[in-house]
Ligand binder design. Structure first.
Ligand SMILES: *Cc1c(COP(=O)(O)O)cnc(C)c1O
Length: 386
């Protein structure tokens, strides 16, 4: 096999564009110097449209989970009653963080592969209007579901005073987020998914309503204290040494998104989703989620035959260096999760589908070579493209 090549199609980390990679190679600079101030000054306005907010988006060095923990420690305290919508492994993680901080956690558990129905949230809040916050995963990476966060946020605000706290780690940057318009109180994302960077940064924005809670919250916190990030960011700095190399890359990644146009970025993700789903249907491979609940950034497939998922993953990795992810928790070994976010385009999806067809043939599945590719091409011609 050709060495030094890999096709990373897992739902994060995702591939890095060459110009972002080069930007990250810049020599180190002082984090209290004018260069860093100017860099943060340039990054700040470019991040806001990605979140759909006028608020400053704070940048914290840490993986996405540190962003989730930041949301929890800043807005709640032990004993607070909260609702966590659990549509998969990442909703479960949000609930575990809340439990670690001794909140009283109600879990609204939804079958894996399905999206939450906002009506269920409404009903829950009408019975429990005393809740302090509602936590929800925007794209549930363990299943490829995109939850309807705008409608959920509306249901929460119409029926309670609770804050709406959204984990957008595996979609913000690839899927439109309108934090202000949707009245999301905290929106979190990470660097290694749709933002086209390595892991190591988390981005957190808070609404005015959230800031009122954050200011008066007695919960102890230090590194993750959002007030410090906000106050420093006002002067284009960070409270602690930032991951400067990632900030160099971030500026370039945001420039690439700006040059393509954010709407075009979102449309590209929708096209990739539609191409892959259509290809899988043509190959008669079951999709875990319904079309209406599918995320533009990640697709989960559930082959009928036992073993196919793991055999196929192994085959394409070994033969082509194509890396795709398996299932988590009870779906381990049963599904394959394919990431198509960030630095990924329709031409990559055609390659991916073609390699999956070859892989399926190699492991002994009877398929018509080219059928999936053709279905994806047809979607591209009719829906997407420049
Ligand atoms: C990747 C991911 C996270 C964060 O995971 P880290 O490994 O801490 O970066 C959080 N939520 C979702 C939905 C994710 O996909």
């Amino acid at each position: 096999m050709l060495q030094d090549t890999s096709l990373l199609r897992i739902p994060g980390p995702t591939p890095i564009p060459p110009s972002v990679q080069r930007a990250m190679n810049q020599p180190m600079i002082g984090h209290r110097g004018i260069e860093t101030k100017e860099l943060l000054g340039r990054i700040k306005p470019k991040l806001k449209p990605v979140f759909g907010t006028k608020q400053d988006v704070m940048i914290i060095t840490g993986s996405g989970t540190s962003g989730l923990e930041t949301a929890v420690v800043n807005t709640t305290k032990a004993g607070d009653e909260v609702l966590v919508i659990v549509t998969g492994a990442f909703g479960d993680r949000f609930a575990k963080i809340c439990e670690a901080y001794q909140l009283v956690v109600h879990r609204l558990e939804i079958a894996w592969g399905e999206a939450i129905d906002p009506e269920q949230v409404k009903e829950f809040l009408q019975k429990n209007p005393q809740l302090k916050a509602v936590f929800v995963t925007f794209c549930e990476t363990s299943t490829g579901v995109l939850n309807p966060v705008a409608a959920i946020s509306k249901a929460v605000h119409e029926n309670s005073e609770a804050l709406v706290i959204v984990d957008g780690v595996s979609c913000v940057g690839g899927v439109e987020a309108k934090m202000d318009e949707w009245e999301i109180d905290i929106l979190v994302t990470g660097s290694q998914k749709a933002m086209m960077l390595p892991a190591g940064l988390t981005f957190v924005a808070a609404s005015k309503r959230a800031w009122q809670v954050i200011e008066t919250n007695p919960q102890p916190r230090f590194y993750l204290d959002l007030r410090k990030y906000r106050d420093n960011l006002a002067g284009n700095s960070t409270p602690y040494t930032p991951a400067l190399s990632l900030l160099f890359g971030l500026e370039q990644a945001l420039t690439l998104m700006e040059m393509e146009g954010l709407q075009q970025v979102y449309d590209r993700h929708v096209t990739m989703m539609a191409m892959l789903r259509s290809a899988m249907k043509a190959l008669e491979i079951r999709l875990l989620t319904k079309d209406e609940a599918a995320s533009p950034t990640i697709t989960a497939i559930q082959p009928d035959d036992i073993d196919v998922a793991e055999k196929l993953r192994k085959q394409v990795k070994q033969e082509f260096g194509l890396v795709i992810a398996g299932g988590q928790q009870h779906l381990k070994g049963k599904i394959i999760r394919i990431g198509h976010m960030g630095y990924c385009a329709p031409q990559d999806v055609l390659q991916l589908v073609s390699l999956l067809e070859l892989g399926l043939s190699r492991i002994g599945k009877q398929i018509d070579l080219g059928q999936g590719v053709r279905a994806a091409q047809e979607i591209y011609l009719h829906k997407g493209g420049e």
